[in-house]
Design a protein around this ligand. Structure first.
Ligand code: ADP
Ligand code: MG
Length: 226
């Protein structure tokens, strides 16, 4: 593998009596795209949340570019999520009262970029993502697929090391979902970001460099391995 950007090792996470993760190792290379698949309740979201510093594992460690991040306090993990990671959620979660370009600019402004520069940078994402002319629309004036592309722009605008997406096309029809996922995979690769995406769709997983299967909080051995 190329340089390892993100590595979870020995990850364990319990919720009361439920063992959501039961010893998971997963390393993600630079600009590598990894699909996480598995049945409902198998631990996919928990794995993504641990890797992204949203949830603290009970055991194990997460390293970003060699630096341990899981044991940082909430403030520092929050800053890290804002600056080094991008997120695409199932329902986009754009702010409905802001035009699309300001939704994309917002994470840059939160990072200290002045408003005009942030909006100018945000606009550069619209053409490549097939959103030219949509800059001033509010989320309610966009189709579901367009809104998810705005969410992809928002996730990439801060030039994150890793983009996390949890069933990002779950709310779209199949064709729109495919188009959106292909854009997500291509855009993250093109921007030298790694992608960790939870999906139910084998076609989506096929566009990724690698698929890992989660069962009962563990990764299945990759096919072909002992
Ligand atoms: N915040 C939580 N509180 C209690 N149980 C949880 C919580 N999050 C997840 N779980 C449980 O952990 C297991 C794994 O959940 P999750 O990671 O969401 O699975 P998946 O994303 O694969 O559907 C499930 O049994 C789920 O009910
Ligand atoms: Mg889930």
């Amino acid at each position: 593998m190329s340089e390892i950007v993100l590595a979870g090792s020995g990850l364990v996470k319990r919720f009361g009596p439920t063992v959501a993760l039961n010893g998971v190792d997963l390393a993600v290379g630079r600009a590598e795209t990894v699909a996480i698949m598995g049945p409902s309740g198998s631990g996919k979201s928990t794995l993504l949340h641990c890797l992204a510093g949203i949830v603290r594992p009970d055991a194990g460690a997460v390293h970003l570019l060699g630096q341990r991040i899981d044991d940082l306090g909430e403030r520092r993990r929050s800053a890290l999520r804002r600056t080094r990671f991008g997120f695409v959620f199932q329902h986009g979660e754009l702010l409905p009262e802001l035009p699309a370009e300001e939704n994309v600019a917002l994470p840059l402004m939160l990072g200290g970029t002045a408003r005009r520069a942030a909006v100018a940078a945000a606009r550069t994402w619209f053409g490549p993502l097939g959103l030219a002319g949509m800059e001033g629309r509010r989320p309610g004036e966009l189709s579901g697929g367009q809104a998810q592309r705005v969410a992809i722009a928002r996730a990439l605008a801060t030039r994150p090391a890793v983009v996390f997406a949890d069933e990002p096309t779950g709310a779209l029809d199949q064709q729109t979902g495919h188009d959106t996922m292909r854009l997500l995979v291509e855009a993250t690769r093109h921007n030298d970001a790694s992608l960790v995406v939870v999906t139910h769709d084998p076609n989506v997983a096929a566009w990724c460099d690698r698929t890992v299967e989660v069962r009962d909080g563990r990764l299945l051995a990759p096919s072909g391995a002992a």
